[in-house]
Write a protein that binds this ligand. Sequence first.
Ligand code: ZN
Length: 161
Amino acid sequence: MIFTNSKNIQLCCYCGTRKATTKDHIPPKSIFNKPRPNDLITVPCCFECNNEASKHDEKFKAYLGMHVARQGGEAKRLFKEGVLPTAKHNNKLRKTIFDTMRPVYTTTQSGIITGKAMSVLWDSEAHDYTIEKIIRGLFYHHYKKIIGSNASVKTHWFKQL
Ligand SMILES: [Zn+2]
């Protein structure tokens, strides 16, 4: 089933108002290591929403990759093969990351110091935008309905799961 307006035009699943002329991967395909799975979810979207999403995808990948790198395995590979090349060519993003970089001690939950690490402030602009896009896209994918611009999506931060 495809969501269309009264003129039978497929609409963008993000804005719900413009004609869908392209498809977007959710979550962004850039957060998957190569070779990427061949069953990634795509949703219909307009050029404007796709273009806006692309601006945030790279930054989202960089912050996500930095956050999970210590977990090793595929997460570490995402950092090495996805984040580092991005930081190398994207001067603005690299500068933003370095400007907020601070040395910190890592601790256990009870406060025992276990080592040193570098921290950066997470850029919530890219995070919130991308998370909202994923929610709207997955909603469309599963229910074949567009949430639309009348509904707001809010992102809340938790220190721990
Ligand atoms: Zn749109």
